[in-house]
Design a protein around this ligand. Structure first.
Ligand SMILES: Nc1nc2c(ncn2[C@@H]2O[C@H](COP(=O)(O)OP(=O)(O)O)[C@@H](O)[C@H]2O)c(=O)[nH]1
Ligand SMILES: [Mg+2]
Length: 281
């Protein structure tokens, strides 16, 4: 059914020259360079980054979107919504986070209740028409606000109310309780990313060419995409590194186009764009 709708859409676009935007999901294992490529594309064509690049796995814990990215691919124009996905993994061990230093928070992008000052909490309370006594303490205000505002709403609400969030200081490594929270968030994010497979038109599967491509994640991901009939381009990334073996990726997945790139250096992106353009109906 989805394939049929896709075909119909393609026909419609050819007939009426519609500038339909494709939703391009960027999937793959952690640390393969998904955020780097999303940022590179977005910076080159919009002048704005999408998200934080980091050597720590599972840094992208929420789906990050960049809308209306217009990219020239030969004589075609690709209109895309970029969806930078959290890294997929078959298991998330909290202990892996313990060796990393705390990341500087990206102010405003992912606000948590602990970031809010009393005056910020009062602003939200006022907006949500939560009644507070004049003498209410921070803990009480926080409790009442938490009862009315979901975690997932908080970032947008803070932005709407122009609440300023200070970047947290980077101090030392993550402690166990933080690592457990990160692992829990990463696991939820993976589930969310998989659900989003139903909302994307095209997919880039990022792979690190210095690593063995025949992993459970890659096999399951590609199997899923094939079953759903979603067009895939595999990016053999990090070809700037001496250990890179992009040929191993081509051997492993001959049924899909493989484009050798360096997201970091911006190498061979034209081929990536034209391969995607060729798959857009
Ligand atoms: N050498 C090299 N490093 C890269 C390349 N692309 C990404 N990286 C690095 O790989 C790490 C993970 O990148 P990131 O984009 O956060 O990966 P993500 O977890 O898939 O979003 C970072 O240290 C990046 O600088 C590349 O093409 N070449
Ligand atoms: Mg990322």
């Amino acid at each position: 059914m989805k394939q049929f709708i896709r075909k119909l859409r393609g026909l419609f676009n050819r007939l009426f020259g519609s500038k339909r935007e494709i939703r391009l999901g960027i999937y793959g294992e952690p640390n393969t360079g998904k955020t780097t490529i999303a940022n590179k594309i977005s910076m080159d064509w919009l002048g704005e980054p999408v998200g934080v690049v980091s050597e720590m796995p599972h840094t992208t814990r929420m789906i990050q979107k960049k809308e209306h990215v217009e990219v020239k691919a030969g004589n075609k124009t690709l209109n895309m919504n970029l969806l930078d996905m959290p890294g997929l993994a078959t298991q998330v061990d909290y202990k892996q986070f313990l060796k990393y230093k705390r990341l500087p928070s990206n102010p405003g992008s992912n606000v948590s209740f602990s970031d809010l000052s009393v005056s910020a909490l009062k602003k939200i309370a006022k907006n949500k028409e939560i009644k507070l006594t004049a003498k209410a303490k921070k803990a009480t205000i926080l409790k009442k606000v938490k009862a009315e505002v979901k975690d997932s709403e908080l970032s947008a609400l803070a932005k709407e109310l122009k609440i300023k969030i200070k970047a947290k200081k980077i101090t030392g490594k993550y402690v166990q309780s933080e690592a457990k929270t990160l692992a829990e968030e990463a696991t939820k994010a993976i589930i969310e990313a998989i659900k989003w497979l139903d909302n994307v038109d095209n997919v880039i599967v990022m792979m690190d060419s210095t690593k063995d491509p025949l992993t459970q994640v890659n096999i399951m991901l590609l199997g899923n995409l094939e079953a759903k009939g979603i067009p895939v381009v595999i990016c053999a990334n990090k070809t700037d590194l001496p250990k890179a073996k992009p040929a191993a990726i081509k051997d492993a997945f001959p049924q899909h186009p493989v484009v050798e790139i360096s997201a970091l250096k911006g190498t061979n992106l034209d081929e990536l764009y034209s391969t995607i353009a060729g798959q857009v109906a």
